[in-house]
Design a protein around this ligand. Structure first.
Ligand code: ADP
Ligand code: MG
Length: 250
């Protein structure tokens, strides 16, 4: 699904140097590392919003040279339009796509199909607030609106950059569980960036650990039982958190 090959990327300072990484279709990855290590940069590269100076990124065998329509991207600050209702915000991505087309150049001949809006509003628990504006919503509802908007576009790959870090703990836990359910239901490949080791341990069946740049080698930790019922309370989860804490303190 995702192949990162010999990736070199730098701003003024190098962030990735001859970096390799591979993720299979349907896998759920957490990308964990301290602030400034290059997590967001990696996500922007995967999204096709930044391009490597050397090396390649392939998704489904196709080289990423621009944003691809089947990649969904969700950021911390939601990116909602303040003057549009929840329903209008959810429909926004599809309307943009119907105007510019899946390739961003050619408008499709068929008009946008918006019949899935109600399904996604319902699935994300937004039906009751569909006609409200973002300022009237809680942080959790705003993030669920952003998720609904992205899933309406039927992505096969979902990239999330610290999506829950500004939410209170109960809301965050609810959205973590919901995201795992949605990834399963929609057969998504998930790449979730976080600086919180507990979140990485909870959400990632594989954890990609980045360190102070430049990142040369991917350090991967397997976590096959993440997402199983009761995992949050398990001794395995607690042990993994201890392991990750020690690795991050090195
Ligand atoms: P993370 O998401 O892990 O906190 P980033 O990928 O945002 O890290 O940034 C990695 C490093 O690159 C940081 O040192 C950051 O200051 C730097 N950086 C990020 N974006 C830019 C930019 N547009 N120009 C110059 N330096 C940047
Ligand atoms: Mg970041």
């Amino acid at each position: 699904m995702i192949t990162v090959s010999n990736l070199c990327f730098q701003y003024r300072q190098p962030i990735f140097e001859a970096f390799h990484w591979h993720a299979e279709r349907g896998e759920r990855w957490a990308v964990l590392g301290p602030s400034g290590c290059g997590k967001s940069t990696l996500l922007m590269l995967l999204a096709g919003l930044k391009l490597p100076q050397r090396g390649e990124i392939f998704i489904h065998g196709e080289r990423v040279v621009r944003p691809r329509p089947q990649t969904g991207l969700i950021l911390q600050d939601y990116g909602l339009l303040p003057w549009a209702t929840v329903r209008e915000n959810v429909e926004l991505g599809l309307k943009v796509r119907s105007f510019y087309g899946a390739d961003g150049i050619h408008a499709p001949k068929e008009p946008a199909r918006l019949q899935n809006t109600d399904f996604w509003l319902e699935r994300l628990g937004l039906t009751a607030v569909a006609d409200q504006y973002p300022a009237q919503l809680s942080g959790g509802q705003r993030q669920r609106t952003a998720i609904a908007r992205t899933l309406l576009l039927q992505p096969d790959l979902l990239l999330m950059d610290e999506p829950f870090s500004s939410l209170d703990a109960p809301t965050r836990e609810g959205l973590q569980t919901l995201t795992l359910e949605l990834a399963e239901e929609q057969a998504l490949t998930l790449v979730l960036v976080t600086h919180a080791l507990e979140e990485a341990a909870l959400m990632g069946n594989n954890i990609l650990l980045l360190s102070q740049p430049p990142n040369r080698q991917a350090q991967v930790i397997e976590n096959p039982n993440a997402g199983r019922p009761g995992y949050r309370e398990s001794t395995e989860y607690a042990a993994l958190c201890r392991q990750l804490r020690a690795l991050l303190q090195r």
